[in-house]
Ligand binder design. Structure first.
Ligand SMILES: [Zn+2]
Ligand SMILES: [Zn+2]
Length: 187
């Protein structure tokens, strides 16, 4: 039994802190004593965030595995209510992953772009088609592959736009709408 220590080391931030800087855990079922958390309050919160995410993911996977039938029924229902969207999303990611021109665009950036544009074509707004990566300012016109220059576009808009500059392709309203979304991504 270690001697009572007024201070305790937090292994995450490496500081020696008073016991009040640690959370008290509920009384242990084994010996009825209450213990402090391993990490200080600040580090504990951070740790819970990442730990919980992992824990929840695992719990969801477990639930799905043991409720296969209910999950499948749920997905069937979901597809009925959202016709096409699941397939289009799959196709969108398949295209993205197989695209030669993906270059250095990381998946997280593409996710963020899709989310910002509500999984719809930045130009015509369709959600009923697979979306591909479009460079707002074409690469042939020195547009880069940063998040500020990427938009999701359906095949048809993508090929109509071709290597034109956005201002030569879009109405002023559409142009400023897209720019506004891109600005939120840069912030
Ligand atoms: Zn700490
Ligand atoms: Zn479109």
């Amino acid at each position: 039994m270690p001697a009572y220590q007024p201070e305790k080391l937090c292994p995450d931030c490496g500081s020696v802190l008073p016991r009040s800087a640690f959370y008290k855990k509920g009384k242990s079922k084994k010996d009825g004593k209450s213990y402090l958390t391993t990490r200080c309050k600040k580090c504990h919160k951070e740790w819970r965030k990442t730990e919980n995410r992992e824990y929840e993911r695992k719990a969801i996977r477990r639930w799905r595995a043991s409720n296969r039938e209910r999950w499948n029924a749920y997905m069937r229902q979901w597809r009925k209510v959202h016709p096409g969207s699941d397939d289009y999303r799959k196709e969108t990611y398949r295209q993205f992953n197989s695209r030669k021109g993906r270059g250095r665009i990381p998946r997280e950036v593409w996710e963020q772009t899709l989310k910002a544009f509500d999984y719809s074509c930045a130009y015509c707004g369709t959600t009923d088609a697979p979306l591909c990566v479009d460079h707002f300012i074409p690469q042939s016109r020195d547009g880069d592959s940063s998040i500020a220059n990427l938009v999701p576009a359906c095949k048809s808009c993508n090929s109509t736009k071709n290597n034109r500059l956005p201002e030569d392709f879009l109405s002023l309203d559409d142009y400023s709408r897209v720019v506004k979304v891109l600005q939120t991504l840069m912030a």
